[in-house]
Design a protein around this ligand. Structure first.
Ligand SMILES: Nc1ncnc2c1ncn2[C@@H]1O[C@H](COP(=O)(O)OP(=O)(O)OP(=O)(O)O)[C@@H](O)[C@H]1O
Length: 429
C-alpha cells in the first residue's frame, strides 16, 4: 500500500516534469512567457504575432526582476488581470527523485492513520513554492518575482519605535525593510480599504506611536464616526483634546481645530515666520478622522476638513482621513490634492483604487488582513503592524489624566527669551 502511494507520488512528480518539459518551461522567465502566450496577451497582426518581449532580467537578493516591452494593443491592465496565473506558474516546481532519495524526500512523514493525506501534503508542499510576484508599469512592464512570500504576521512591538526619528511612525514592512512615515515631511494622509482589512488598527498604531514618541508635542483631535469605539481608549490621554463620536460632536471638534489653526496662522504672520519650524514651535496638531465618508454629507464640517488639509501644513496641523468608501464624493479633490501620502488596503474595484491612489492595484492585493499599498512618491506594498488593544492600554497608561467635561486646557509654547504662544482648547469628552 505504502509502496503504491509512494510510487504514485513519484510518478506524479515525474509526469509533472514531463508536462513542463512539453510546455517548454524550466525557469520563471519561460513560465511567464508561456502564460503570456496561453492567455492571449500576445497580439496577432496578420501572419505576425507580436509578443511580450523580455528586455531585461536582473537578479536581486530577494529574487528576480523581469522587464518587458508590451505589444501594441495591450495595456498594463491586461497583464495585471493575469497576475494570479503568473504567480501560480512561477510556483510550479518540478522535482526529480531518485529511488535512493525516497527516504530523504519523505523524512517528515508520520506513519499514523493520516498517512495518505500526510504524503499528499508533503508532495503539495514540495511541488509548489511560495514565490510572490508584484507588477508595475512605467513605460515598461516590470514583474518582480520574490523568492519568499511577504509575511502576513507582523506584530507591533515597542522596539519598532526605537527605529523611528522625529515625527516618524512605523507603517509596515516589506520583505526587506521597515517602512516609516514621517509626518514632518509628508504632512497629510488618506487611509482607505474595504471593511475589516486594518484601517482602524493602523490608526491606533499611528496614535499610540505619536503619543509615546512625541508625548510633549503631539495634540490629537480624534473623530470616530463608527461610534467612537476604536478611539475611546485614548479619550483620557493628556495628548488628546477631543474624541468626537457623532457628526455634531465632529463639527464642534473641527471648529475648535480651525480656531486653533487660525490663531496659529495669525501668530506666524504677525511674527514674520514662514512656518512652525522657523518659529521653533514643536507642537503638532493631528486631526484624525475614521469613517470620514460620513462627513461628506456635512458641508460645514467638510469645509473645515478641507481647510485643515489646505492651510494646516506650515502651521503644524496634520490631517489623517480614513474611509471605507473611497469615491470622488467621499474624497473631495481638495483633500486628495493636499494628502501626499496614502495607505490603501484591499478594495473591491479598480475605480475605488483609482479614487485613492490615482492608480489601479488595490483591487489586486491579496486577501490578507493588514496588506496595503503605501503611496508617497512611489507605491510600496507593505504588511502593516498588528497592534493589540491590551498592549496599547499598557503603553498609554502613563499618559492618562483626569479630565472633566468642558474644562479649558491651555497648551503653551515658551520660546526661550521670545514669544509665548497660547492656544485654548475646549474638551468635549
Ligand atoms: N496588520 C494586521 N495584521 C493582521 N491582522 C490585522 C491587521 N490589521 C487588522 N487586522 C485584523 O483585522 C481586524 C479588522 O481590522 P480593523 O478593525 O482595523 O478593520 P477596518 O479596516 O477598520 O474595518 P472597518 O472599516 O469595518 O472598521 C482586526 O481586528 C484584526 O484582527
Amino acid at each position: 500500500m505504502i509502496f503504491e502511494v509512494v510510487t504514485t507520488t513519484i510518478f506524479g512528480a515525474i509526469s509533472l516534469k514531463a508536462y513542463q518539459a512539453k510546455l517548454g518551461v524550466g525557469n520563471d522567465s519561460k513560465k511567464i512567457n508561456k502564460v503570456f502566450a496561453l492567455s492571449g496577451l500576445n497580439v496577432k497582426d496578420g501572419n505576425q504575432t507580436l509578443t511580450t518581449q523580455l528586455i531585461r532580467k536582473k537578479n536581486h537578493d530577494w529574487g528576480i526582476e523581469y522587464r518587458y516591452r508590451i505589444p501594441l494593443g495591450r495595456s498594463f491592465h491586461n497583464y495585471l488581470n493575469k497576475k494570479e496565473e503568473i504567480q501560480a506558474a512561477v510556483n510550479v516546481r518540478s522535482i526529480k527523485i531518485q529511488f535512493k532519495d525516497i527516504r530523504k524526500y519523505f523524512k517528515d512523514l508520520k506513519f499514523d492513520k493520516e498517512l495518505i493525506s500526510n504524503i499528499k501534503d508533503i508532495q503539495t508542499k514540495k511541488l509548489t513554492g511560495n514565490k510572490e510576484i508584484e507588477m508595475e508599469y512605467d513605460g515598461v512592464l516590470k514583474i518582480k518575482v520574490y523568492n519568499t512570500a511577504m509575511t502576513n504576521d507582523f506584530k507591533y512591538t515597542i522596539d519598532l519605535l526605537e527605529k523611528c526619528n522625529g515625527w516618524e511612525v512605523p507603517i509596515g514592512i516589506t520583505r526587506t525593510e521597515l517602512i516609516k512615515h514621517d509626518f514632518d515631511k509628508v504632512y497629510n494622509m488618506i487611509i482607505a480599504g474595504s471593511p475589516g482589512y486594518g484601517k482602524s488598527v493602523l490608526l491606533k498604531n499611528i496614535i499610540t506611536s505619536l503619543v509615546i514618541r512625541k508625548q510633549k508635542d503631539v495634540k490629537l483631535t480624534l473623530i470616530d464616526l463608527k461610534g467612537g469605539l476604536a478611539f475611546n481608549r485614548f479619550k483620557n490621554l493628556d495628548q488628546v483634546d477631543t474624541v468626537a463620536k457623532t457628526p455634531s460632536e465632529a463639527l464642534t471638534a473641527l471648529k475648535s481645530v480651525r480656531d486653533k489653526l487660525v490663531k496659529m496662522i495669525d501668530y506666524l504672520l504677525e511674527n514674520g515666520y514662514e512656518d512652525v519650524k522657523e518659529a521653533g514651535i514643536k507642537e503638532r496638531f493631528f486631526c484624525i478622522i475614521d469613517e470620514a465618508a460620513d462627513l461628506s454629507f456635512e458641508s460645514e464640517a467638510l469645509e473645515i476638513v478641507k481647510d485643515i488639509a489646505r492651510r494646516g501644513r506650515g502651521a503644524g496641523f496634520r490631517l489623517i482621513y480614513a474611509t471605507q468608501y473611497p469615491t470622488n464624493e467621499t474624497l473631495p479633490s481638495q483633500v486628495r490634492q493636499n494628502c501626499d501620502s496614502r495607505v490603501c488596503f484591499m478594495l473591491q474595484t479598480n475605480t475605488a483604487s483609482r479614487a485613492v491612489l490615482d492608480d489601479s492595484g488595490a483591487e489586486n492585493l491579496p486577501l490578507i488582513l493588514g496588506r496595503a499599498i503605501y503611496q508617497t512618491d512611489r507605491n510600496v506594498i507593505v504588511q502593516t503592524p498588528l497592534i493589540e488593544n491590551k498592549d496599547i492600554d499598557e503603553w498609554i497608561k502613563p499618559f492618562i489624566i483626569e479630565k472633566k467635561e468642558g474644562v479649558n486646557i491651555e497648551t503653551s509654547k515658551q520660546k526661550a527669551g521670545a514669544d509665548t504662544f497660547v492656544i485654548k482648547t475646549t474638551r468635549l469628552s
